[in-house]
Ligand binder design. Structure first.
Ligand code: AMP
Length: 115
């Protein structure tokens, strides 16, 4: 068995996470180094390493993640004010954890372009 990613360990309750949403396919928890008043990570339970390596067979799972964003935004109360969804991919993208995750950032005016 390959070593679990840190996000698989959070899903399996082996390390703590402040989980705000969970279903059979995905988990959403607060980023430990928040870059905004609200900074959530939405992660598939099945390991997809990064968006740049997603397979056609991952289509339904990726669609599920994207449509769960609305639910989470409404649940957490930032849907109306607005928010940003970010996926970092690979070295130049700033990816640190090789387990696909959507950053959901909210709670302040976000700048553009990103750094
Ligand atoms: P990325 O740079 O896109 O791979 O993002 C990885 C994110 O995971 C960073 O924003 C980290 O702060 C976050 N992170 C790393 N370890 C944990 C953890 N144990 N709990 C919550 N967030 C974490």
């Amino acid at each position: 068995m390959p070593e679990k990613t840190i996000f698989q360990k959070i899903a399996d309750r082996e390390i703590p996470g402040e989980i705000v949403y969970e279903d059979e396919q995905c988990l959403c928890f607060r980023d430990i180094r928040a870059q905004a008043p609200v900074h959530l990570l939405l992660v598939p339970k099945k390991l997809v390493v990064r968006i740049g390596e997603a397979e056609p067979a991952d289509q339904d799972l990726l669609g599920h993640l994207m449509t769960r964003v609305r639910h989470i935004a409404e649940q957490e109360g930032f849907a109306d004010a607005g928010f940003r969804v970010v996926i970092n991919n690979g070295s130049h993208g700033g990816e640190a954890v090789p387990h696909l995750h959507l950053h959901i950032l909210a709670g302040r005016q976000l700048g553009w372009p990103p750094g």
